[in-house]
Design a binder for this molecule. Structure first.
Ligand code: PRX
Length: 655
């Protein structure tokens, strides 16, 4: 959000430090400009060169870009490759024994897994999937704890050309069910339970529940990793232990050579209407985006220890855990637990223990760590760090400054990376050896990314003016479509009224300052960002009205010191306004309900009851008014059309 405080920070500039610049992959603004201009002069040539440099092709491409059926663009589409081969096999000749993954469990157990070992695990599991009948193009849902096996499952799908759809382990049975049905998944990969922050959560039981939610479901096999040894229900013929499935398998698995455009995965994300969208990514273009950004934004060096704290259930965990770091041959840390368990210094301890050089996390985590112990980083040796990253939501300048000065000791550049599930990889972010940073700004677009801020017709807005954030030219890592819903893809991302449907509309508003730097202001649609997680207000509203007690509901976001935003629900019950105690009980029931319908991340933090919701004459809910009520702001809108102004008083009381 652009706040007064962030605007005051617009003029604070932090050039890259000399030491960083000396060793950087790209040093100085001139180098950035040269690369940017190269992309501008010969756009497709620029991407073709990178695609040859970063990817290893089984059959080289001759066509770079196909725009014959906009907005269904294709890149490198007569080329063939395999993503798992690009992430694993090609490193075996040069660095088979290099550690690919340093895994640390919730309890603190550490496992080092080399590229050779990871390759072998992936091949054996891929062969196991084949014995279950999984073929190229089949869909596989992955609902796993944050462990090496989650990456193995994803890579194994990629190896045989199956399309995975990872569902974050915090989502409910209903969410798992909806994704299985929409994707038409034939196999689900899960674990008995997951352990996070010392607490165990069932996964297999949730999958079991999801599978019986409709009379028919497309799933014929469920693979179960034994994590905690908990008792679980077992359906013979359908359920397979992971260890049994791989025990007899060969560690050789010829990869499926797929077309560059073959869907690598779908990942469901929230939009402004109720149903989550299955964002569909390509193979080559997607991996190219992940690799280019590893090289430029994370300034990858061979001896780096890279740690991205995101779960593989989100796009960040796809591009910067499961794919990007492996494709570039990095050593990365994967951590199963939470930042503050068993003590608030756990993140800093991990950085110290594993000598992490590049640390990538979300502003919510940074803000909660400040709150739990702003001076804690000083008790650990964080001298291995050389680069810090932020993702998922706007980082407020205070949190940025703390990250930079306390965690990074004013040595490590902070890369604030703006991108989305749909863009597949970083779009606007500083190249740390080249682009000076400003706290709260994601700075400048990466070379080859033609980002702009425009008005509702697609014309550029002036400096300092807010507008829609768009990307004017198709780029390799962008989503290709929405699974089963090409019309929604076109209407959501390439609306005809903005530049005749030629621009990719990100759904964010932004402005640019006098240096052309981008400042993200927030979403333009009804999407909330709670702790860096994207939630559709309509999704939560649909969940609420599905409860028998609820007649009507509206959901808005309210700024929150740590989480960025929280969910506030305005609810009209079927019964009269409840007495205080009953209201508290109903609010608790509804919170639990939303949790079980969607997942705990969607649980409304505040619930307010009223006899009605404020509506316009045409019956539209006045969301702006609700937002003002949620924030406790004075009402400045015209409310003369409201039939019953007393509801404003009711709706300003939180239960
Ligand atoms: O509103 C922007 C915000 O997160 C949205 C994308 O969410 P999702 O698809 O879940 O992907 C999150 C991880 C890439 C964007 O539309 N967002 C993401 N990064 C930033 C951000 N807002 C401000 N600054 C960022 N660096």
């Amino acid at each position: 959000m652009a706040t007064i405080e962030s605007i005051l920070h617009e003029n604070r500039v932090f050039p890259p430090t000399g030491e960083f610049v000396r060793n950087a992959n790209l040093s100085g603004m001139n180098a950035y400009e040269t690369l940017r201009q190269a992309a501008e002069r010969d756009y497709t040539g620029f991407w073709a060169k990178l695609a040859k440099q970063h990817l290893t092709w089984h059959k080289p491409f001759t066509r770079v870009f196909d725009d014959t059926d906009p907005p269904f663009y294709k890149w490198f589409d007569d080329g063939e490759l395999n993503i798992s081969w690009n992430c694993l096999d090609r490193h075996l000749t040069t660095q088979a024994d290099k550690t690919a993954i340093i895994f640390e469990s919730d309890e603190g157990e550490v496992i080092h897994c080399s590229y050779r070992e990871l390759h072998s695990q992936v091949c054996r599991f891929a062969n196991g999937l084949k014995t279950l009948g999984v073929r190229q193009g089949d869909r596989v849902v992955i609902y796993m704890p944050m462990r090496i096996e989650a990456v193995v499952a994803m890579q194994a799908c990629a190896r045989i050309g199956a399309i995975h759809s990872v569902v974050f382990g915090g989502f409910s049975a209903k969410s798992v069910h909806e994704r299985i049905i929409d994707a038409g998944a034939s196999v689900v990969i899960t674990a008995d339970e997951q352990t996070r922050g010392g607490k165990r959560h069932s996964l297999k039981a949730t999958v079991d529940e999801a599978l019986v939610m409709s009379d028919t479901n497309p799933v014929h096999s469920v693979v179960v990793l034994r994590r905690t040894g908990a008792d679980i229900a077992w359906q013979k013929g359908q359920d397979h232990w992971w260890h049994d499935l791989v025990s007899q398998q060969s560690d050789v698995c010829e990869p499926a050579w797929v077309n560059a455009e073959h869907p690598l995965f779908t990942l469901y994300t929230s939009g402004s209407t109720g149903k989550p969208k299955g964002v569909q990514h390509s193979s080559a273009g997607y991996l190219l985006g992940a690799m280019t950004s590893m090289q430029l934004v994370f300034d990858y060096h061979t001896d780096d220890i890279f740690w991205c704290t995101a779960d593989v259930g989100w796009v960040t965990g796809h591009s910067y855990v499961a794919y990007g770091p492996l494709a570039i041959g990095a050593t990365q840390v994967i951590f199963e637990g939470t930042p503050t368990h068993p003590h608030p210094g756990r993140f800093w301890e991990i950085i110290q223990k594993h000598k992490v050089t590049t640390f990538y996390t979300a502003p919510t985590a940074i803000r909660s760590l400040i709150k739990l112990g702003a001076d804690l980083p000083g008790q650990y040796d964080l001298s291995s760090l050389r680069l810090l990253g932020s993702v998922g939501e706007p980082i407020n300048p205070e949190a940025w400054m703390w990250y930079y000065t306390v965690v990074g000791q004013s040595r490590c550049p902070v890369v604030d990376t703006w991108w989305q599930t749909e863009t597949g990889s970083h779009m606007i972010a500083p190249i740390p050896g080249a682009v000076p940073t400003k706290p709260g700004s994601c700075t400048l677009p990466l070379p080859g990314i033609d980002a702009a801020v425009v008005d509702e017709t697609g014309l550029p807005v002036g400096q300092g003016k807010g507008g829609f954030l768009v990307i004017k030219r198709p780029f390799p890592s962008m989503l290709r479509t929405l699974w089963n819903d090409p019309d929604r893809f076109r209407n959501t991302y390439f609306p005809a009224d903005i530049a005749g449907g030629r621009y990719y509309l990100a759904g964010d508003s932004a402005h640019r300052d006098q240096d052309g730097y981008f400042w993200i202001m927030g979403r333009i649609d009804d999407v909330l960002n709670v702790s860096g997680h994207r939630l559709g207000t309509m999704e939560i509203e649909s969940a609420l009205v599905a409860h028998p007690l609820v007649a009507e509901a509206a959901v808005v976001g309210k700024p929150h010191e740590i989480k960025g935003e929280i969910v506030v629900a305005f609810v009209v019950l079927r019964e009269n306004l409840p007495e205080d105690q009953r209201a508290v009980a109903i609010a608790a029931t509804l919170r639990e309900w939303v949790s079980s319908e969607i997942g705990a991340i969607a649980r409304p933090e505040e619930i307010r009851f009223g006899e009605n919701l404020p509506k316009t004459r045409s019956g539209k809910i006045m969301r702006r008014l609700l937002r003002a009520l949620a924030r406790g702001e004075a009402i400045t809108q015209d409310i003369s059309t409201l039939e019953n102004p007393v509801i404003l008083e009711q709706l300003s009381q939180t239960v």
